[in-house]
Design a protein around this ligand. Structure first.
Ligand SMILES: [Zn+2]
Length: 103
């Protein structure tokens, strides 16, 4: 099974492109980014967006065997031509609201 199909079937990341895998002190780091044709405004869902840079984030995810696995995401900042906001793309595989509650 290729990593692209592992991401698709095991992690449900069907809108993500698999970039590469790194092995760092016993951890597996899977680099991903949202496919260009899946990018849309987090505010109004418009696809009429301009890419405004990238923020890199790591998320712990399901382990493979005994190896901790992290998703290293290139999260894109998008300027929306429909509503005028500049927002980070919506990340569906990490529920940040649950893992890091607002103070
Ligand atoms: Zn918008």
């Amino acid at each position: 099974m290729s990593l692209q199909s592992l991401l698709y079937h095991a992690f449900g990341l069907k809108d993500q492109d698999y970039l590469k895998t790194e092995y760092e002190s016993g951890n597996v780091i899977i680099h991903i980014q949202t496919k260009a044709d899946h990018l849309c405004c987090a505010g109004c869902k418009s696809k009429d967006v301009i890419r405004k840079g990238v923020v890199e984030r790591r998320f712990r995810t399901v382990s493979i065997g005994l190896k901790p696995v992290f998703l290293h995401a290139r999260i894109q900042r998008l300027e929306c031509r429909t509503c005028g906001q500049t927002l980070q793309e919506e990340i569906k595989y990490a529920d940040e609201k649950k893992s890091t509650p607002e103070p």
